[in-house]
Design a protein around this ligand. Structure first.
Ligand SMILES: C[S@@+](CC[C@H](N)C(=O)[O-])C[C@H]1O[C@@H](n2cnc3c(N)ncnc32)[C@H](O)[C@@H]1O
Length: 244
């Protein structure tokens, strides 16, 4: 025996409901959920529109709804949609292809650990992601890290446990009816919707230059601007994007 420590075998993650029910989630996104494109544009871009080559990241993009909407509306920008679900990414890609979008790409990745350089991204869109992720503060800290000084993020989270329970419950049911190993999904049976107090505490866990919080009944929003140049202690990326 050499005494060398063997690497740990990769930890097998439970399956994702978004992977097994990608078609169902895509339908919900297209026809059921609210379209916040106008609010996103107002929050992230100046009134005359985004500058050429503005790079927008959509984290947890699912079927790429906002990445495609923004790319279509602003041909001068480039959007990258990032998600853990390969099937949803495939749907996002074909959504972009069906609209002949050249300025919209997609990558497989984890919002907890982004490969982008610190202070490099102009704007970030996050819709309905924090109710699903394991470590909210870690994701927000990555958003803060990769945004450039002056860059903004738009975050939209549902406020109604009941309304989020319906699509998630349907996904559980559909997965149970299919051949997937029911009961072994990484997502919770009920979405963990944040109270306004939790949402505000999460947003303020990062040292934003400016924060605007809004509530409108079904959704809570945060628009945050980063002021400061790369703070000490920000983690340098060690991984690369896997384009899909
Ligand atoms: C509720 S959906 C929201 C999708 C889309 N943003 C929307 O507005 O409909 C959550 C998405 O986040 C993805 N996701 C979950 N955890 C993730 C993570 N750690 N990193 C990246 N994406 C993640 C899921 O695969 C799913 O597509």
């Amino acid at each position: 025996m050499s005494g060398r420590t063997l690497p740990h075998p990769p930890v097998q993650q439970p399956a994702s409901l978004f992977e097994s029910c990608s078609w169902f989630y895509s339908l919900c996104r297209e026809y059921l959920f609210r379209d916040h494109t106008a609010e996103i544009s107002r929050a992230l871009f100046p009134p005359e529109g985004p500058a050429p080559d503005t790079h927008v990241l959509e984290l947890g993009c699912g079927p790429g709804f906002y990445a495609c909407r923004l790319s279509e509306e602003y041909p001068q920008i480039h959007t990258t949609g990032v998600d853990l679900s390969r099937r949803l990414l495939a749907r996002a890609k074909s959504r972009a292809a069906s609209r002949s979008l050249q300025n919209c790409t997609f990558a497989h990745g984890d919002a907890h650990s982004l490969p982008d350089a610190s202070n490099s991204i102009d704007a970030i869109v996050v819709s309905r992601l924090f109710l699903i992720v394991a470590k909210r503060e870690a994701v927000l800290s990555e958003i803060f890290r990769v945004l450039r000084p002056g860059g903004r993020c738009f975050i939209a989270e549902p406020t109604s446990g009941f309304r989020t329970r319906i699509p998630l419950g349907c996904m559980w049911l559909l997965s149970k009816l299919s051949s997937s190993p029911a009961g072994k999904y990484r997502e919770p049976r009920q979405a963990d919707v944040m109270t306004p107090t939790d949402f505000s505490a999460l947003i303020h866990s990062q040292p934003w230059g400016d924060v605007e919080l809004q509530y409108d009944g079904w959704y809570q929003y945060a628009v945050c601007r980063k002021d400061r140049e790369g703070l000490t202690g920000l983690r340098a990326p060690t991984i690369a994007w896997e384009a899909v």
